[in-house]
Design a protein around this ligand. Structure first.
Ligand code: UD1
Length: 334
């Protein structure tokens, strides 16, 4: 067991970051959080975790945290994630996801932080040439969001070759669900992604769910995605950390999904099953930039890490998302 340095989680007050904070705590890793709270929530960070409200590009602050908290690794979740917004405002994405990551990586090098785990995305593949998508599938992003993340993968590759730092980029497929213990979940208002929207509809927070396109080249004509439970994703980050520490010369670029897909209709049916009611569906046209099907080939991560998904079940993902959505009714979103 290596010295237990502290992990700095950027964006630790956000959706995926807050689950990673719990996963680290649950496995005994000391953790500290930096978050500027533009989309995250202070209450999402456990009380006993040191919290810094600030920006990842603030190199003075990162240096201070690195020293005070004995930071040995960074998990970098902070960033912007809305694909259509990235098309409208690409410079925001190249700033938040690329330029600020550059600054944070520079701070890691300057402060002797040797391990870096990065939230990358299946959006780096664009409309993939093959399905399931392997890590060797060509990365041709079709929007600034995907490109802004891909550029950070490139930076990490180059910096790790030149400096004493190794990295893992996890390319997330469709992240959904919430902590099975109800400690955190997806809390940002105005979310656009399917499972969140569907459970909001099931609870009467929306009238209906739009189905964006029924003429895709898929078995039922609706878009197919590989939905991964956020807690399994968070656990993968802990494995990534432990792999980076165990083999400091090695980097990892890995898909993070379950390797199987569900259509929009199958997801909505799951929500109906779990809630024992029928949500109202509205057929609409295709949303710009949506691929027909996006399924991960996850053999590499399964081989590389001792990762055992605990929640690879669509109904369970939906049930946890629903439980959190109910709980949000009581939580004040500041
Ligand atoms: C999601 C991620 C994106 C990531 C990608 C990788 C979010 C917000 N985006 O995008 O960052 O790169 O996975 O796979 O999590 N749909 C509807 N009605 C709705 C919402 C969605 O029919 O109201 C359909 C979409 O057209 C798509 C599927 O549901 O076929 C999933 O959409 P969504 O949840 O928005 O995620 P992605 O666009 O796949």
């Amino acid at each position: 067991m290596p010295d237990r340095f502290t992990i700095l989680v950027t964006g630790g007050a956000g959706y995926i970051g807050s689950h990673a904070v719990w996963a680290l705590k649950d496995t005994g890793w000391p953790v500290a959080v930096i978050d500027n709270l533009t989309t995250g929530f202070r209450w999402a960070v456990p009380d006993d975790v040191p919290f810094y409200k600030g920006n990842v590009e603030d190199s003075t602050l990162i240096a201070k945290i690195a020293k005070k908290q004995n930071i040995g690794a960074i998990m970098h979740f902070a960033g912007s994630v809305v694909v259509p917004e990235s098309v409208e405002n690409p410079l925001k994405y190249y700033d938040n996801n690329t330029a600020k990551s550059r600054s944070l990586i520079e701070s890691a090098v300057a402060n002797g932080i040797k391990h870096f785990i990065f939230s990358s995305t299946a959006a780096t593949y664009g409309i993939p040439e093959e399905s399931p998508v392997t890590e060797d599938t060509a990365q041709v992003p079709i929007n600034p969001y995907g490109m802004s993340k891909l550029m950070t993968e490139y930076m990490l590759r180059d910096v790790s070759a030149a400096h004493d730092l190794n990295f893992c980029a996890l390319r997330y497929f469709n992240v959904a669900g919430a902590d099975p213990g109800g400690r955190t979940g997806q809390s940002t208002a105005g979310a656009t992604h399917l499972i969140k929207v569907a459970v909001e509809a099931a609870l009467g927070k929306r009238d209906s769910v739009a189905i964006f396109g029924t003429d895709y080249d898929t078995p039922d004509g609706t878009g197919v995605r590989d939905y991964i439970h956020v807690s399994d994703l968070a656990a993968a980050h802990v494995h990534a950390l432990e792999a980076l520490v165990a083999e400091p010369e090695r980097n990892h670029l890995l898909n993070c999904g379950y390797g199987r897909g569900f259509s929009v209709l199958e997801v909505l049916d799951a929500v109906d099953r779990v809630t024992n009611q029928k949500i109202s569906r509205k057929l609409e046209g295709r949303r710009a930039g949506d691929p027909d099907s996006l399924i991960s080939d996850n053999r590499a991560i399964m081989k590389r890490f001792p990762w055992q998904p605990q929640n690879a079940d669509l109904d369970k993902i939906v049930a946890h998302a629903l439980a959190w959505e109910r709980k949000l009714g009581d939580i004040r979103i500041e």
